[in-house]
Ligand binder design. Structure first.
Ligand SMILES: Nc1nc2c(ncn2[C@@H]2O[C@H](COP(=O)(O)OP(=O)(O)OP(=O)(O)O)[C@@H](O)[C@H]2O)c(=O)[nH]1
Ligand SMILES: [Mg+2]
Length: 610
């Protein structure tokens, strides 16, 4: 066997064994994800349901615009979640696809030698011939990612039959493509800055799912600013990263300019210098990131730098050429990554991704929603206080109005109970409707759209009119003079008729209407009239009592009705908002509990992984 193949065989063997390990390393992250996403969707669904969509609450009610704002505010968050969930779903698919292999993602500038490097790993040749492809054992399976970019033969069949990456000065990779070997998935990407938006998105997905990211940079200009910027962007994620300086060789071309005659490695001094330079730059970026995001464990700190020449490795017959080409270091690193950190990374990554999502939702998004909800709660209670204030005023005005109305009705219908009652009921309704309109219009656009309280139900209990009379005993011997004097003194000259012997009513002026005065009179009169005869004294009627009592009843009734009306309106117009708030709070609480449990579980899983 050729020396190159020995190395390649060792590499292939390592990955083959790994495939089994990966298969056993099943991750329960799917279950956790599903539970979390369910709880998250419950919050999203509850929060996005506009509680006032079916409500007749007036259009310019401040609660309306506030809720509209809150809902749209939350909708922005929810759509961010949906995007993340979609990504998470895609990652799940990625996991299913690449769950039993180390996923290596190759990234780098245009013409960095990415495709050539991939071919070299697949076949031991940067640009394999048909013979190389047929002879390969194990045989890599090529695939291509569907994107909108159709600038090359990008369909699966073409790729499968092509069975290699197109390389060369004119062959620019325009879609994400890759190959699978047992235990290894290698993904090649379009050169940075040449990628389409669809490719860019997909590339980011791959980067997120990758177990190892290789950043390739050509030896003719390694570690440029723009490269480093890209690495810096990648550096925020917690992946294993290696920077590979490719084409670390010198060669001579023939006159036609395309056939390579002699290929040599660049001098060790030059290669070391390049490696050191890149390493130094990586350290600098790592420091910047550590400063900007102290909580992020950057992959840059542990990033390794390699200087290789795939051309040199594939061409030389010498066993030591792999060593010289830098390939041996790189391949050892791959095997170490796969064996040592590979499984851990594979298990840890989805858990870490999920944990990051949980933390973000918990610390940022849920707090935000809670703030929004709190504002709504405040707005609602303000609206309710406002109603309480208005209803107090309404009651006060009703009281004044009712007092006058009752007084005049009591005078008008004194002693006619049924007429009094009928008119009181009618007037009460009028007053009620007049004043409660002020309250109802706080909620409803039009008065008739609000179902007012059915006052027919309210049977107002009123006191009855009655004559005030007093029966008093009379003495046969009457000191007429004293009696008359007494009457005059007591009643200020009001007519007092005393008809002797007969029980003729004593008519006293209507000014004497109060019960108190009547009683007093009887008591006092009894002391002066000493007889078996009795006299019935008409003390007038009780209209003032009736008036006062009626007022008490009606004000009571008004308070009672007003309370019922407010409750009814509150129920009709505010209840939906209140239950909206309660439901969201409840769902958030459940989500928080879920997150809390999952964090504990994930942390313990991760600590088991070491
Ligand atoms: N000197 C040298 N040149 C190499 C080596 N590997 C690849 N190249 C050349 O570098 C150029 C780019 O190679 P590709 O593999 O197509 O590079 P790429 O990064 O896939 O390019 P894009 O897909 O266009 O981004 C080609 O001309 C290759 O022949 C190497 O080890 N040494
Ligand atoms: Mg390419």
């Amino acid at each position: 066997m050729a020396p190159i193949n020995t190395h390649r065989a060792a590499l292939m063997n390592t990955f083959k064994q790994l495939e089994q390990d990966f298969k056993h390393a099943k991750i329960q992250v799917e279950t956790l994800e599903t539970q979390f996403l369910d709880a998250l969707s419950a919050v999203a669904a509850a929060a996005q349901k506009d509680p006032l969509s079916d409500s007749q609450l007036r259009q310019d009610h401040p609660l309306r615009s506030h809720i509209a704002e809150s809902v749209s505010d939350i909708t922005v968050l929810v759509s961010e979640w949906q995007q993340k969930i979609k990504n998470a779903e895609r990652h799940t698919k990625f996991r299913e696809r690449y769950g039993d292999s180390l996923l290596v993602f190759v990234y780098g500038k245009v013409k960095a030698g990415k495709s050539s490097f991939g071919n070299f790993i697949a076949y031991g040749k940067t640009d394999p011939s048909d013979i190389d492809i047929k002879a390969a054992e194990p045989s890599p399976k090529f695939f291509i990612e569907e994107t909108t970019a159709k600038t090359e033969a990008t369909d699966q069949d073409a790729m499968a039959s092509q069975r290699q990456f197109r390389v060369g000065r004119t062959e620019t990779t325009s879609a994400i493509q890759g190959f699978c070997l047992p235990g290894l998935t290698w993904v090649d990407s379009p050169g940075l800055h040449s990628k389409t938006e669809a490719n860019g998105k997909l590339a980011q997905d791959y980067v997120n799912a990758a177990d190892l990211v290789l950043f390739l940079s050509h030896a003719n200009a390694p570690g440029r600013r723009s490269d480093l910027q890209e690495i810096q962007n990648l550096g925020l994620k917690n992946h294993a990263l290696a920077v590979v300086i490719t084409g670390s060789d010198t060669y001579e071309e023939d006159d036609a300019g395309n056939l390579i005659k002699i290929i040599r490695m660049m001098s060790d001094v030059d290669r070391d210098q390049q490696k050191n330079y890149v390493q130094q730059e990586l350290d600098n970026i790592a420091e910047i990131i550590a400063f900007q995001h102290p909580e992020t464990k950057s992959m840059l700190k542990e990033a390794k730098v390699f200087s290789v020449s795939a051309w040199y490795a594939e061409r030389s017959e010498e066993l030591s050429s792999w060593d010289k080409s830098g390939m041996i270091d790189f391949v050892n690193f791959m095997m170490e990554t796969a064996q040592g950190r590979g499984i851990r990374i594979k298990k840890a990554r989805p858990l870490e991704n999920l944990r990051a999502f949980l933390i973000e939702v918990e610390s940022r998004d849920l707090n935000h929603i809670e703030t929004v909800i709190q504002k709504t709660t405040d707005k609602l209670s303000f609206a309710r206080k406002e109603i309480a204030r208005i209803s107090e005023r309404v009651l006060r005005d009703m009281r004044t109005d009712l007092t006058q109305t009752i007084e005049s009705l009591a005078n008008k219908y004194a002693n006619d109970n049924s007429a009094f009652k009928a008119n009181i009921t009618k007037e009460y309704k009028t007053v009620w409707l007049k004043y409660t309109a002020r309250l109802i219009e706080q909620y409803a656009e039009r008065l008739d759209s609000a179902t007012a309280l059915d006052l027919d139900e309210t049977d107002i209990e009123l006191p009855e009119f009655a004559k005030h009379t007093e029966t008093i005993r009379r003495k046969r011997e009457i000191n007429k003079k004293r009696g008359a004097t007494l009457g005059t003194a007591l009643f200020g000259g009001a007519a007092i008729l005393l008809t002797g012997g007969m029980a003729t009513p004593l008519v006293i002026g209507a000014t004497l209407a109060s019960g108190y005065a009547g009683d007093k009179l009887g008591e006092m009169a009894g002391a002066y009239f000493d007889s078996d005869d009795s006299v019935v004294i008409d003390l007038g009627d009780n209209r003032e009592e009736v008036s006062i009592e009626t007022r008490k009843h009606l004000i009571n009734q008004a308070e009672h009705n007003l309370q019922a009306l407010i409750e009814f309106l509150d129920q009709t117009y505010y209840q939906s908002t209140e239950s909206w708030i309660a439901t969201i709070r409840h769902k958030i609480q459940r989500l928080r509990q879920e997150i809390e449990q999952q964090r504990i579980q994930i942390n313990s899983e991760l600590s088991k992984l070491g």
